[in-house]
Write a protein of this length. Structure first.
Length: 166
């Protein structure tokens, strides 16, 4: 047993090497919101970045398009089908092409997705069951507070009326 291992508490892992240097703190006013017009992997976008006027117009289009996708995602999130979350993520991806803060937020989502994918099949199934149970509870709470919407067909309304408390 090595001398370092003798001084560790049970369950404490050995360090793999010297700690990585932390980046210097950047003052808040120096954080970049917009992507710098440097190297770009797409030639058409690199040409746009060379002209300041075209770049401003392009960034406005990116901001509006990303906002529209996110707005559509929020508006269609309650509908059946995969409308909400994929549209919100698509809008965020569009924003991430020009805005550094959106790229950082997208990186958080990617890390969480990789973490979820590393779970066992059983853990993933349990997570989905809990997610859908929470969605069902939110829907049931809505029905308890406001009742069934007027646009619900009569057959569905009859089924909903059998739920306790409605």
């Amino acid at each position: 047993m090595s001398p370092e291992a003798e001084h560790r508490r049970p369950g404490q892992l050995a360090e793999a090497g010297p700690p990585e240097p932390q980046p210097a703190s950047v003052p808040h006013h120096e954080h970049h919101v917009l992507r710098e017009p440097g190297h770009d992997r797409w030639t058409w976008r690199a040409r746009i970045r060379q002209n300041p006027h075209q770049l401003r117009v392009y960034r406005v289009v990116v901001a509006v398009l990303g906002g529209l996708l996110i707005g559509l995602g929020l508006a269609t999130g309650w509908l059946p089908g995969p409308g909400g979350i994929p549209l919100v993520l698509a809008g965020l991806a569009v924003w991430a092409s020009e805005f550094v803060w959106a790229e950082r937020l997208m990186a958080v989502f990617k890390r969480q997705l990789a973490r979820f994918r590393s779970w066992s099949r059983r853990q993933q199934t349990l997570a989905w069951v809990v997610f859908f149970a929470c969605c069902g509870l939110v829907g049931y709470g809505y029905l308890l507070l406001l009742g069934a919407p007027s646009w619900v067909p009569a057959d569905a309304d009859a089924v909903l009326a059998r739920l306790p408390g409605l």
